[in-house]
Design a protein. Structure first.
Length: 528
């Protein structure tokens, strides 16, 4: 081979790596395939025999999109994140695991399945062509159902337990930002039914992420309502005895704008709500054909505001005219001896909210590019309660690996440290669609961050579970579901949370499409 030929081949190879393919994206499109197969209690085999996991007991449930079409070529969902939800569970007992999967069968899901095409409802994004859009009569039907809170029931992001810490009496729900929840059976994953709030005043949205009130079995969430005097919010406490429609109202607050609020911050005694000038404009819903992200926009001329609410007294402190970035997911918070709240959040670019989940974008990902400058930024925010002031402590990138350990989403902590001072924060760093790195951020010591990465493997959100008789905050395991793009097969990965090294894996007989959130329920222990 001549030098000229060798040089030409090398140049062509580099060009093709840039323009022909996406390096490190093998099998990615298979990760986004629909999978509506349902199955019960399939035993799994650990690669290393599960010997180090014999202490692990309970049920881990993952939620996420799994279906976007119902047979018809028309009206297929164009946003992966808006796909109809599916639950997968992993029952752990003495090193053994049983694997189950079931679709979340809500009224709109069942109606679409019966028709063989999506029935009129709110969706995330517009359809592929203008001819597929809802007719005027269909839009009027959707509007009527919005008032009845029945225009969107796809609870595909998250799972939670309301009620007592008991698998027989607790209520297990799939939930979203909508004010309703879908109850399911924790043992079989069968859909039980929809839980609704009261019809009036009309609830416009809630937060997807409930939090457990420290030291109790209570669940905390918010909701925003439209009453006679306009929009207002409520901080809610769901006690074990409370029905879904009748939680305890801790406090009411008056936001100046209808921000999109997916999660909130909590310390031992306070909840902090972050309202950013970005959200869904209700007057745009009809003109946007009831596609949610098409009706979302920045509120020009508005600044952010924070509501600091005492869970003990219900007092509300409003801090307005703030300059902070949009937040989807919060990490943790705690109180200091001098009445300051330390609040860690993941800041995002809200302008990417519309496009990130579009199937066309996800199916044709660009080659790896470092987007850490404008997305998934770990931030520490500080509120002085007595002074009523707010400031941010910058987390500065000084090393190349910080593009992962300072820039991640799906923050996860040891839940025993919820609302308390903590050191370790785990996350999912996806600086481009297909280059995904799992991270461990040490907030107490510099230089002790750790990562896990395997090319062509696509992990999801991690869950931290402490070891029995754990000796430190990070003495436990991290579990996640990974899609092996080379084998085109999903597997469960269990990492040592101390070292971020693999403990064991088990490949699954059914693939999990790209998932959202999950939760581990130790009280849901089943012998087998």
């Amino acid at each position: 081979m001549t030098l000229l030929t060798f040089t030409l081949i090398a140049v062509l190879h580099l060009i093709c790596r840039t323009y022909c393919t996406n390096p490190g994206a093998e099998g990615w499109s298979y990760y986004l395939e629909e999978n509506i197969e349902e199955f019960q209690n399939k035993p799994l085999e650990w690669k290393n025999g599960g010997k180090q996991l014999k202490w692990l007991s309970g049920t881990y449930v993952k939620n996420g999109p799994a279906r976007r079409s119902f047979g018809s070529e028309r009206r297929q969902l164009t946003n992966w994140l808006g796909g109809f939800g599916k639950l997968h569970s992993f029952k752990f007992n003495e090193g053994k695991v049983l694997f189950s999967g079931a679709m979340i069968k809500t009224p709109l899901y069942l109606a679409s399945e019966a028709k063989g095409e999506l029935v009129p409802q709110m969706t995330m994004n517009k359809f592929k062509t203008a001819e597929e859009e809802w007719s005027m009569m269909e839009k009027l039907d959707i509007m009527k159902n919005m008032v009845l809170m029945k225009a969107y029931d796809n609870a595909n992001p998250m799972v939670w337990r309301l009620g007592s810490n008991n698998s027989h009496t607790g209520k297990y729900i799939a939930c979203s930002d909508m004010p309703l929840a879908t109850q399911f059976n924790i043992e079989t994953l069968e859909t039980i039914g929809i839980l609704y709030p009261h019809m009036y005043p009309m609830v416009t949205f809630a937060a997807t992420h409930y939090l457990r009130e420290p030291g109790t079995d209570n669940s905390i969430n918010i909701r925003v309502l439209m009453g006679v005097s306009g929009m207002y919010g409520e901080l809610l406490r769901y006690r074990p005895k409370d029905e879904y429609a009748d939680p305890q109202v801790i406090a009411q607050f008056k936001p100046s704008m209808g921000s999109y609020v997916h999660s909130f911050s909590m310390t031992e005694n306070y909840v902090v709500l972050w309202f950013f000038p970005f959200g869904m404009e209700m007057e745009k819903m009809m003109s946007s054909n009831f596609h949610i992200t098409e009706a979302m926009d920045n509120f020009e001329g508005k600044k952010a505001e924070a509501f600091v609410i005492s869970m003990k007294t219900g007092s509300v402190q409003t801090i307005s005219e703030l300059d902070f970035r949009f937040v989807i997911h919060t990490a943790n918070g705690y109180e200091t001896a001098d009445n300051k709240l330390i609040l860690d959040v993941i800041a995002n670019d809200q302008n990417g909210f519309h496009d990130y989940g579009l199937l066309d974008n996800m199916m044709h990902p660009p080659a790896f590019n470092d987007s850490s400058k404008n997305t998934f930024q770990l931030q520490r925010r500080v509120i002085d309660i007595e002074a009523g002031t707010f400031h941010q402590i910058p987390i500065i990138d000084t090393l190349p690996e910080h593009r992962y350990t300072h820039h991640f989403d799906f923050p996860m902590i040891n839940e025993a440290y919820r609302g308390k001072k903590y050191c370790y924060l785990y996350g999912w760093s996806s600086l481009s669609y297909t280059h995904i790195v799992l991270t461990k951020k040490d907030l107490c010591k510099n230089g002790d961050d750790k990562t896990w990465f395997t090319e062509n493997h696509y992990p999801g959100e991690m869950w931290f579970h402490p070891r029995s008789n754990s000796k430190s905050e990070d003495d436990g395991v991290l579990m996640t579901i990974v899609f092996d793009g080379v084998k085109r097969q999903s597997y469960m990965l269990v990492l040592d949370a101390l070292t971020m090294k693999e403990i064991d894996t088990t490949y699954l007989p059914h693939n999990l499409p790209m998932t959202a959130h999950g939760w581990f329920f130790p009280e849901a222990h089943f012998k087998f």
